[in-house]
Write a protein that binds this ligand. Sequence first.
Ligand code: ADP
Ligand code: MG
Length: 298
Amino acid sequence: ATMPPLLSAIANAGRHGVLVKSAVVMERLGQVDAVALDKTGTLTEGTPRVTDVRPLAGSGLDEGELLVLAAAAEHPSEHPLARSVVDAARERGLALPMAEDFDSTPGVGVTATVDGRVVAVGAPARLLRGATDADSALAAVLVGELEDGGRTAVLVTVDGTPVGVLGIADRLRPDATATVTSLTSLTGTAPVLLTGDNPRAAARLAAEVGIEDVRAGLLPQHKVSAVRELEDSGRKVMVVGDGVNDAPALAAAHTGIAMGRAGSDLALETADAVIVRDELSTVPAVIALSRRARRLVV
Ligand code: ADP
Ligand code: MG
């Protein structure tokens, strides 16, 4: 028997390295006319590296001690930034103490108890929340320097007091610019960038790939609002993301696609399709496949 067009399209998508979860999804992919891309792990490779370790003067910590505290707290986290911190500690041959009471907040960071002290690692804007004490002011200066250099800055606090800042750098995926160009011509508008990261790092990266509409500093629910706003203007929005922080937006969107290799389990389960082969350029490819199959169906 000849396979129905949508089923052959699913098989075809599979050969491109994309797992499309149903024929309904395969059909919906072709209706998409706006795309929202996550930054960390989606437009970037998601294997960031720690480039700067800056203990605050007065923290009493040296670089190694700061890294040990941060890495111990990040150890249970599956976030790409967390893995970069743990890898940096390992590369320096540092032994990590056990952390207890681990907790993580998507789009914000992690907390854990290390050697009896509560260590928090995460987004400076969220952890500092406008604090004006001397340590916070000093930390804010370091954060500004790192972000101006295009880094993602991560703040480390101990029992609520800032003790240092880590600078982390991520690389654009090799096919990021080509993908943005294809999506722009397929949908008639350039994709939107949705990120929990800081506006400076986000704007820098967006400019490199040809994205103008950048929404930064977003919590997971803000990503959902951004998607709803686009859909209110009558668009069918595809969200492409990898993190726990992207799961609500993946669910809210007309179509959600998750990055499979390093994506979180929640993102993979929530998404309508999963990019298994870790190539972003498969996104425009499956939209085109769907459009072709839909023409055959009708
Ligand atoms: P994106 O939307 O670009 O994928 P996330 O929403 O995952 O980014 O993270 C947004 C910001 O929250 C990060 O830039 C970082 O400052 C902070 N953050 C989230 N999780 C962690 C973590 N495990 N360790 C450190 N910082 C984190
Ligand atoms: Mg991400």
